[in-house]
Design a protein around this ligand. Structure first.
Ligand code: SF4
Ligand code: SF4
Length: 286
């Protein structure tokens, strides 16, 4: 049964990539790994892919043919993002605000709007350790729109791969929503601190909004209080694993060594965790 699991966290530095890469390395199944953290991808450091392909990707933005435009203002009215504005008889397009939705060109009564693809980043494909199929999106520096490149990354993924893992960007904004959307299960990585709990609550909100089942991994589990556990119990969210704060893990991570290479006993733990998720997803699919 093909399954897609997203690993997310409400904020950076909680161990999301540590978990995602170790899970990928622990599974005997064919794994496809999507690094959706397109502003700062770093999973490749742990999975060491040999790049086989690289191609640009872009965002479709409008261009107005002034000789046809009647300055009717319809495009201005339909654009939710204020990315196309009519001032007197001139139409201005602000590419950096445009989401590429195409509504303006659709609505234009005189077909004055065409579309061009503006490059915003690249997609890379390669093969990592253990034959992991690895895809990475890389947003150009200064580009504000991460979501279109994540959407493209998802489109480029092999549809019938047995296991697809997505390493989401940190936070709870649009790029995270795009990463979580369409997955069968989301692992939320957090830490037992007030900040960790606050960000976890926001991430839980995203999963519930998208109707994606979830479970929690507490990283540095012995370095805080038990409020995350209490919250998960109250909200009926399973705690899938607790990873203690260990100096050798932190040191290894800083050098690009995956958790499961430092503590090989975690391979079995991640495999068991995966089987539990698989059961839950199967149960949910009926
Ligand atoms: S909808 Fe078309 S005709 Fe109207 S202002 Fe926009 S570009 Fe011009
Ligand atoms: S494509 Fe969408 S976001 Fe971009 S200018 Fe047109 S309506 Fe606005």
């Amino acid at each position: 049964m093909p399954i897609t699991i997203t690993v997310a966290s409400g904020k950076g530095g909680t161990g999301k990539t540590l978990v995602a890469t170790s899970l990928a390395l622990s599974l005997p199944e064919e794994v496809q790994f999507l690094d959706c953290d397109v502003e700062a991808p770093n999973s490749h450091i742990f999975l060491n892919p040999q790049w086989e392909e690289e191609f640009p990707t872009g965002l479709v933005v409008p261009r107005v043919n002034e000789s046809v435009c009647t300055a009717c203002g319809e495009c201005n009215r339909v654009c939710e993002f204020k990315a196309i504005v009519v001032i007197v008889d001139k139409v201005l397009v602000f590419d950096e605000l445009c989401h590429g939705c195409g509504a303006c060109s659709y609505i234009c009564p005189v077909d004055a709007i065409s579309e061009i693809e503006k490059p915003i980043g690249i997609i890379r494909r390669g093969t990592g350790v253990n034959g992991i199929i690895f895809l990475q999106g890389l947003l150009n520096i200064g580009e504000p729109m991460a979501t279109p490149i994540i959407r493209r990354l998802k489109r480029e993924a092999i549809k019938d791969a047995m296991v697809t893992l997505r390493d989401a960007p940190p936070g709870t904004s649009c790029p995270v929503i795009e990463s979580v959307e369409g997955s069968d299960f989301t692992i939320l990585v957090t830490e037992p601190t007030p900040f960790g709990l606050n960000d976890l609550k926001l991430s839980v909100g995203v999963c519930r909004e998208l109707n994606v089942p979830m479970g929690v991994i507490i990283n540095r589990a012995d370095a805080g209080d038990d409020r995350v556990q209490a919250y998960c119990k109250e909200e009926n969210i399973p705690i899938l694993m607790e990873i203690p704060l260990l100096r050798e893990v932190a040191e290894g991570y800083a050098k690009g060594v995956p958790l499961v290479d430092i503590l090989p006993e975690y391979r079995d733990k991640f495999q068991e965790l995966f089987e539990n998720i698989q059961r839950e997803v199967r149960h949910g699919r009926g």
